[in-house]
Write a protein that binds this ligand. Structure first.
Ligand SMILES: Cc1ncc(COP(=O)(O)O)c(C=O)c1O
Length: 397
């Protein structure tokens, strides 16, 4: 048999999806498991959005659409970018895809050549390095520090840029750290982008899940770099629509038409029904969205002190997204049932074996010292989690 693709062989399947599947399996087997892996809101999609989808079906809106998305949705996205982010695109500069993940991949495919370098601040979302490798480019990691709130500085960015650098993958609010860059911090990074003429792929999927008075700022709204920035967003996290698979990007015309070409040959348009649902989301009332963000904040305000009150655990205070990312390295060297803890992977396995709590090891996000806890689950689940985490770590002391 001939060998299979080397770049695919090297890629790893998503660890978070695998752990969520394991948690579902344990639950189905009747194990009393507490799952803290969810990368998605646990609320139903708002009623008016579901109604719009039902209407699209009833109206037989079931054929292929324009590859880049239905005109009304592209227009609504252009207006959203203008209204919320100060980004001025016309609708021909918008590409609707099958989730923000797809928008990110289409962008990377559109701009990268073999051997190009793509800078990724670490810790990072699991899929970034894998996607970069899948387009034969090279991920270059910039290690951010917990003391700096896991934010890359302009000096760090400058230092990482070489002749081969094609782009920076930039996420704020960030998964898994919950870091939110301020306008000033983004302006400093943008000055480096302008001087060095690289692209920025700005992943703003957690834009609406933000607290502490932190304000989301889009790098693409800075005039001097607007043509360098591809802004990626979607409806998954903001409107609790992960399963509908609608993401989008706004960018300069050349990038959009290259990404559109990739999409046209690989998937064609995103689901016609989901596009109508996304249109209702982006043009409808935002009160449920605000209620969801408030509920996430309430949960964070419960789980963050619960986790940081455990002896030896330090944790950056997240200002956005729905994760805490505690540093568990003070437990390395502790032994349980003859096994020495050496990494976040060992700690995650221990918590699963001993307390039936599923967290995601930090290694998939670029850190062996951390684990990721999602608080996209009910308050009662978080209460059970807090109890088990406290008991589990006590066993390691
Ligand atoms: C940082 C980040 N970007 C993009 C995505 C993908 O979003 P979508 O579900 O719209 O593909 C996720 C999903 O977990 C994410 O965490």
């Amino acid at each position: 048999m001939k060998s299979l693709s080397r770049s695919v062989a090297k890629a790893e399947p998503s660890q978070t999806l695998a752990l969520s599947a394991l948690a579902r399996k344990l639950h189905a087997e009747g194990v009393d498991v507490v799952t803290l892996t969810a990368g998605e809101p646990d609320f139903p999609t708002p009623f008016h959005i579901k109604e719009a989808a039902k209407k699209a079906i009833e109206d037989n809106f079931t054929t292929y659409t324009h590859n880049a998305g239905i005109p009304e949705l592209r227009q609504a996205i252009a207006e959203k970018f203008n209204r919320d982010n100060g980004l001025h695109f016309d609708s021909s500069q918008i590409l609707v895809s099958n989730g923000a993940k797809h928008s990110l991949y289409n962008t990377l495919k559109a701009i990268c050549n073999k051997g190009d370098e793509v800078i990724i601040p670490s810790p990072y979302w699991v899929s970034y390095p894998q996607m970069v490798a899948l387009v034969d480019a090279k991920p270059v990691f910039v290690q951010t520090a917990e003391e700096d709130g896991f934010k890359m500085t302009a000096a760090q960015l400058r230092q990482a840029i070489t002749k081969k650098t094609k782009a920076l993958l930039f996420c704020t609010p960030a998964n898994p750290t919950g870091a939110v860059y301020s306008q000033e911090e983004i302006e400093e990074l943008a000055r480096v982008v302008e001087e060095t003429d690289i692209y920025v792929i700005a992943d703003e999927i957690y834009e609406k899940v933000i607290y502490n008075g932190a304000k989301h700022f889009s790098m693409g709204s800075i005039e001097a770099v607007k043509d360098h920035v591809v802004t990626v967003n979607g409806v998954s996290k903001a409107y609790s629509m992960t399963g509908w698979r609608i993401g989008f990007l706004g960018a300069g015309k050349d990038i959009v038409s290259a990404a559109e070409k990739v999409q046209s040959q690989v998937t064609s348009n995103a689901s016609s029904i989901s596009q109508h649902a996304a249109l209702a989301a982006l043009t409808g009332p935002e009160d449920e969205l605000k209620a969801m963000a408030a509920e996430f904040r309430r949960r964070r305000d419960f789980i963050y002190p619960a986790v940081t009150s455990i002896k030896g655990i330090t944790c950056h205070h997240p200002c956005g997204a729905f994760y805490v990312f505690p540093n568990v390295s003070s437990y390395f060297g502790a032994t349980h049932a003859g096994k020495v803890m050496k990494s976040g992977d060992d700690i995650a396995q221990f918590l699963l074996d001993e307390e039936k709590v599923v967290v995601v090891p930090g290694s998939g996000f670029g850190s062996r010292d951390h684990v990721r806890i999602s608080y996209a689950c009910s308050m009662s689940e978080l209460e059970r989690a807090a109890e088990r985490l406290e008991r589990g770590f006590r066993k390691l002391q």
